[in-house]
Design a protein around this ligand. Structure first.
Ligand code: ZN
Length: 92
């Protein structure tokens, strides 16, 4: 794959909105993504979920596209973090 600068781009792990994806990087710093991966990330992060009450707790679901992207499976151990008014779900 050629970069706009003329050099050949190398396969690399590139980051898109916090997700690590397989893509390409040039020595000039330019990065390229597979358009299908970009679409997968766009879908996953745009999905809105509602908090539901179950007994005394609130339950939120992890939509399938997001679970696939974040490689979260049923039975995985997860931990909540709270940072700068954001809840972050961390995989152990
Ligand atoms: Zn380049």
């Amino acid at each position: 794959m050629r970069c706009g600068c003329g050099r050949k781009m190398k396969r690399a792990e590139v980051e898109l909105r916090g997700f690590k994806l397989k893509g390409f990087r040039c020595a000039c710093g330019e990065e390229a993504f597979d358009p299908r991966d970009v679409e997968r990330v766009r879908q996953a992060v745009n999905e809105e979920v509602k908090a539901r009450r179950v007994a005394h707790s609130l339950v939120v679901t992890v939509p399938r596209p997001l679970a696939k992207l974040a490689e979260i499976r049923a039975g995985d151990s997860l931990k909540w973090l709270f940072s700068e008014n954001r809840l972050i779900l961390e995989k152990n």
